[in-house]
Design a protein. Structure first.
Length: 127
């Protein structure tokens, strides 16, 4: 069974299923997200670690040669200049595992997404 078909119980299970050197990378990413959005809830969605706060904030997943980071299309659009050094698409960016993660950038993106979700939630409450 491929890893994408596994039904993870939680993010710990997901991270612990990888080799130790990859666990270090994934744990750094997880801690960066948690620090940027301490109120966010950890979950597994689409077989990937994810964080949500008034809706989904970000997802991440380990691939063969990169970590996929999925901050929704708005998170990519807002940081196009900063992510231009990486391969990216409408809702994702690929961080190569042979280079350090851009933790400051990841933190900024998470904070942006959190602000976006909180504003959307506040608008819904007003209606």
């Amino acid at each position: 069974m491929t890893l994408s078909k596994v039904k993870w119980k939680n993010i710990d299970d997901y991270i612990n299923s990888h080799p130790k050197n990859i666990q270090v990378i994934l744990n750094k990413l997880r801690e960066t997200i948690k620090k940027a959005a301490p109120e966010a809830e950890e979950t597994i969605s689409y077989s990937m670690p994810a964080f949500k706060l008034h809706g989904m904030l970000v997802y991440f997943a380990m691939h063969t040669s990169h970590v996929g980071f999925y901050p929704e299309p708005s998170g990519i659009e807002a940081f196009k200049k900063e992510i231009s050094a990486y391969e990216w698409a409408k809702g994702s960016v690929k961080f190569p595992i042979d280079k350090p993660l851009p933790l400051d950038l990841i933190s900024k993106i998470v904070k942006f997404r959190m602000k976006e979700n909180l504003q959307r939630a506040a608008t819904k409450v007003k209606k």
